[in-house]
Design a protein around this ligand. Structure first.
Ligand code: MN
Length: 241
């Protein structure tokens, strides 16, 4: 465990003031470098905003419990599950390509860890917009942004039970939407949809129940207010390459 680095939490209110300015600056630089390829290292990443940073669309208590308990739990259990196995030093995206052989502990907790990293970094409040390239691909695949929004919303709203809605890039470099059960994702060999995840919608009840109770559709409709398109644009560019 000691050779694994743990990224310290920042931006979490009072805790951040205990870190020196230089350390904060280094941490911010680390945050900027978090990209898909960095997820190969099994690190538990910082939350890129304070717990209340997504209010009023996502309440602080939900973010805290979801990040600090659910997400951290998946991470800890994933690390336990790979320890002493051939998967210990394998990039997580590679593990997903043969996850059917790796067993349910690695499938569920590896997926839970990875999907939530994508999730937190997909969100934020700001004025970001889909890039020209991504907009063009969305129009090509769905006809318009509104139709894309409806298609992803429907995929997420109609996922039966716990799971995720996804915008993803197919192997032939087109955009598509779909959903997966539990903590599966489109990188997994067992997934009914295959490709590179671009925008995840977490539709587990733990993502919304405190604020929205049974109203999953309202939660999903509100997510459009807090998409960090700068991040999705980057993922789109990386997936194209
Ligand atoms: Mn979740």
């Amino acid at each position: 465990m000691e050779r694994r680095k743990f990224i310290r939490n920042i931006g979490l209110g009072a805790a951040a003031t205990l870190i020196s300015k230089k350390a904060v600056s280094n941490e911010l630089n680390n945050l900027k470098r978090i990209k898909m390829e960095n997820l190969q290292k099994p690190e538990f990443p910082s939350l890129p905003y304070p717990y209340d940073g997504l209010e009023p669309y996502m309440d602080a208590q939900t973010v805290e419990i979801h990040y600090d308990r659910h997400h951290r739990g998946y991470y800890n259990n994933f690390i336990k599950a790979i320890e002493g196995t051939p998967y210990e030093n394998m990039p997580i995206e590679k593990i997903f390509t043969e996850v059917s052989k790796a067993g349910n502990a690695i499938r569920n907790n590896g997926g839970g860890f990875y999907n939530h990293v994508l999730w937190w970094y997909s969100l934020g409040k700001g004025s970001s917009k889909p890039s020209a390239g991504l907009s063009e691909a969305i129009n090509k695949a769905f006809g318009s942004f509104d139709k894309f929004r409806e298609a992803l919303g429907t995929a997420a709203k109609t996922q039966f039970g716990s799971g995720w809605g996804w915008l993803y890039m197919t192997p032939d470099k087109n955009l598509a939407v779909g959903s997966t059960s539990n903590q599966d994702n489109p990188l997994m060999d067992i997934s009914p949809i295959k490709g590179i995840p671009l925008l995840p919608f977490d539709v587990w009840e733990h993502a919304y129940y405190l604020k929205y109770q049974n109203k999953r559709a309202d939660f999903i409709d509100n997510l459009w207010n807090i998409i960090n398109w700068d991040e999705i644009n980057k993922r789109y560019q990386q997936a194209l390459a």
